[in-house]
Ligand binder design. Structure first.
Ligand SMILES: C[S@@+](CC[C@H](N)C(=O)[O-])C[C@H]1O[C@@H](n2cnc3c(N)ncnc32)[C@H](O)[C@@H]1O
Length: 247
């Protein structure tokens, strides 16, 4: 089952979803309101899959080898875990992954502790780890915030800080929240339940930096300016975690 997260204000129920429950994304016609709001699935498959493969190649210095087989016995071992709430997106990303032994895709609602905790700890245990060296969180904070409110955003940031030694984060700016809410209204849907009551608002990069540095034991290492989508790219480091090299 896939329901676009913006239709999941409680992380589960679908008020105003008008019969969209229990349908897969491909059940929605191309011109349906759901697809107009969220974007076309193949783009997300492309993004999720391409982003993770590009990161993998960049971190291993393999930029030009997208069509080459997995490097046998590369002297650096790198494992990526890519999670998304959308199982269909994950299924398609798995199907086309050029590095299946190194990049794992998993369908996971990161806000569901009952699913998240056993899954992440068993993944980390496989490699004798208790945390990730680095987490990448690109354009996700707004959906967590809109669907789970201020409390959800705080919980999500605390979770990332507890799981990662480094964290590269691309928060959506407040104008994206307004645009998402506008699109929802234009589609005749109810507003995101939390949108009007969010007390964390305005400069989201600044708010998220403040939360991570003042409440989550992280420090800002670098602000890389803006992406081509005019979003900040922020690198944080845990002030308490010690990197766990595999020696
Ligand atoms: C704008 S897309 C960004 C995708 C990818 N990070 C990128 O930059 O290409 C936001 C993604 O967050 C995912 N998402 C939203 N809420 C989630 C949750 N609670 N758990 C896991 N993934 C979630 C959505 O399914 C969607 O694929």
């Amino acid at each position: 089952m896939f329901t676009p997260p913006e239709l999941l204000p409680h992380g589960g129920s679908t008020p105003g979803a008008q019969g969209s429950q229990d349908r897969s994304w491909s059940d929605f016609p191309l011109d349906s309101p759901e697809r107009q709001l969220w974007g076309d699935l193949p783009e997300f498959v492309f993004l999720l899959q391409e982003l993770s493969v590009a990161l993998y190649q960049h971190l291993l210095g393999l930029q030009d080898s997208s069509s080459s087989p997995e490097p046998p016995g590369a002297d650096k071992e790198l494992k990526l875990l890519c999670c998304d709430i959308d199982p269909e997106l994950i299924r398609r990303a798995q199907q086309s992954s050029p590095f299946p032994a190194s990049i794992s895709f998993a369908s996971l609602d990161i806000m569901d502790p009952g699913a998240r905790e056993p899954f992440l700890s068993s993944f980390l245990q496989r490699f004798g780890r208790s945390s990730f060296d680095i987490g990448f969180c690109m354009s996700v904070t707004m959906w967590i915030h809109l669907n789970h409110g201020d409390g959800g955003l705080l919980e999500f940031l605390a979770l990332l800080a507890s799981l990662c030694t480094f964290l590269l984060l691309e928060p959506q700016p407040w104008r994206c929240y307004r645009a998402a809410a506008r699109r929802l209204r234009r589609l005749g849907r109810h507003d995101f339940e939390h949108f009007r009551s969010l007390r964390i608002n305005g400069d989201m990069a600044e708010s998220i930096t403040r939360i991570l540095t003042q409440e989550c034991a992280m420090e800002l290492v670098c602000s890389f300016g803006s992406t081509s989508w005019d979003r900040s790219l922020l690198l944080f480091r845990s002030t308490t975690a010690h990197p766990q090299g595999s020696d």
